[in-house]
Design a protein. Structure first.
Length: 472
């Protein structure tokens, strides 16, 4: 759908818009979050929790989205336009088979021409996402461009739609995030976004929703006026559960790599959680800095969801043509198969059980035992980003002789550097000494291959110590 814009405002992309046939539990959740925050403060690292320990639902800790087992979860997914293509049910399994750990699902609240997603339909969607071991991000699309787009629903109207789904979604907090309204404000008076979003979050909590709530930026999601960026602390503080996740949509506004980096830096400096709820490689004739989005998101632990799987009115936005995974486009290859794409970075949410990542390449088989062989290894620490008061590091393991089925790394900091948080490894520290071991899914490294296995945040000064790697 096209719409007119001012010269300063980015144009909206064309999408598929077809017509197709209580307030409760706040104290408990707050105490749980407080206890988790205290544990992190005491240990200075994330400790992975077995799936059998699952409690509650998703939560927010600083910049991190935390799953129901207490483990960081980083979205790597695609969007499926369910309300417009209800006959394409196989898409859920196809997107999962392509390695995604998240599917953002387009719903309709009945305010626009494309119809209403019924409670029975939404219940089926949630059940299918769980069966396919993907996290559902459910979004109401009727709010798109409110204030500028004729017929768009308000956030308050979107909340009324969610209220009608409360009985369906209650108890699914470990598997479902609620994206209250897609791109809820256009370019006309984007300043209204702050109070409208505060009101929507507060009303969702009054109804009784304890899910992580995802809020999209104004300016058709792209936040070129920095309204969400500048007012995110106000919205975060208004959530009595402290469980709000901010979503920016990165299209032609983010054609420059530095623009992506600056936006990510701003949320990191505020210690607030951010995802890229939509992006593509090109949009309306402009190139999007998709490689920077993917690389920086991987380095920082930021989730992203590409728009969209298939069915767009402009097929340049299709990841596969005709909802056929065998007709993957060049754009789809960038989403699913690039260096920092889904198949190389996605990890299943641990709520789906042990060893949950199906996208990891199988290790070399030992012909005598049928099991993976083990060999010597090396490892290096790399500096991803250094901001003066701290820095982010990454660790890469290389299998030098034979495939690895697990690894243990040790090193000693030469100065005062210490790890303050980490992800995707079990890390213990004693003074300057560090020991890190794999967490199962990232223990395998093919013979002669290298794999980036985990990351961390550390105190200054930034350093690259010599690392000892042991196969286990």
């Amino acid at each position: 759908m096209e719409h007119s814009t001012t010269d300063a405002a980015p144009a909206r992309r064309r999408r598929l818009h077809r017509a197709l046939p209580k307030r409760h539990g706040r104290m408990r959740v707050w105490l749980t979050a407080a206890a988790a925050a205290l544990a992190v403060a005491l240990t200075g690292m994330w400790q992975l929790v077995p799936a059998s320990a699952q409690q509650g639902g998703f939560s927010i800790e600083g910049t991190q989205l935390i799953d129901a087992n207490g483990n960081p979860f980083i979205m790597r997914g695609s969007t499926h336009p369910d309300v417009w293509y209800q006959g394409e049910w196989d898409s859920y399994g196809e997107i999962s088979d392509l390695g995604a750990n998240t599917i953002r699902v387009v719903l309709g609240s009945g305010h626009r021409a494309w119809g209403t997603s019924t409670p029975d339909r939404v219940a089926d969607i949630v059940a299918e996402c769980k069966a396919q071991r993907v996290i559902c991000v459910l979004e109401v699309h009727d709010t798109t461009g409110y204030g500028e787009q004729s017929g768009a629903a308000s956030l308050d109207q979107a909340v009324t739609f969610w209220q009608g789904l409360y009985s369906v979604l209650e108890g699914e907090e470990a598997y479902v995030l609620i994206n209250i309204g897609n791109e809820p404000i256009g370019n006309t008076d984007p300043g209204q976004w702050t109070q409208a979003t505060v009101n929507a979050v507060d009303r969702m909590r009054d109804i009784g929703f304890e899910h992580t709530l995802v809020v999209d930026a104004p300016n058709w999601g792209q936040d070129w006026t920095n309204t969400m960026r500048d007012n995110a602390p106000t919205v975060a503080a208004a959530d009595p559960l402290g469980n709000t996740l901010f979503s920016v949509h990165m299209y032609q506004v983010y054609s420059s790599p530095q623009t992506v980096i600056d936006y990510f830096d701003a949320f990191e400096a505020m210690n607030l959680p951010l995802i890229v709820g939509e992006y593509a490689d090109t949009h309306q004739g402009s190139t999007v800095a998709w490689q920077t989005i993917q690389a920086e998101a991987e380095a920082r632990g930021i989730g992203w969801i590409g728009w969209s799987y298939s069915g767009n009115s402009d097929p340049i936005l299709d990841q596969v043509l005709n909802f056929d995974p065998n007709q993957m486009t060049a754009y789809g290859e960038r989403i699913f198969e690039s260096t920092y794409g889904i198949q190389n970075t996605a990890e299943r949410a641990t709520v789906f059980g042990d060893d949950p990542d199906p996208t990891t390449t199988s290790p070399t088989e030992d012909p005598t035992t049928g099991g993976p062989t083990e060999g010597d290894c090396t490892a290096v620490v790399g500096i991803v980003n250094d901001w003066g008061s701290g820095w982010q590091g990454k660790v890469t393991v290389t299998a030098t002789d034979a495939a690895l089925d697990g690894w243990r790394l040790t090193w000693t900091w030469a100065g005062t550097t210490r790890i303050t948080s980490s992800w995707n490894a079990t890390v213990t520290s004693s003074g300057a000494g560090v020991t890190a071991t794999d967490v199962g899914w990232n223990g395998t490294v093919a013979s002669g291959q290298s794999r980036e296995v985990f990351g961390f945040i550390a105190s200054t000064p930034a350093a690259t110590p010599a690392v000892t790697c042991e196969a286990i």
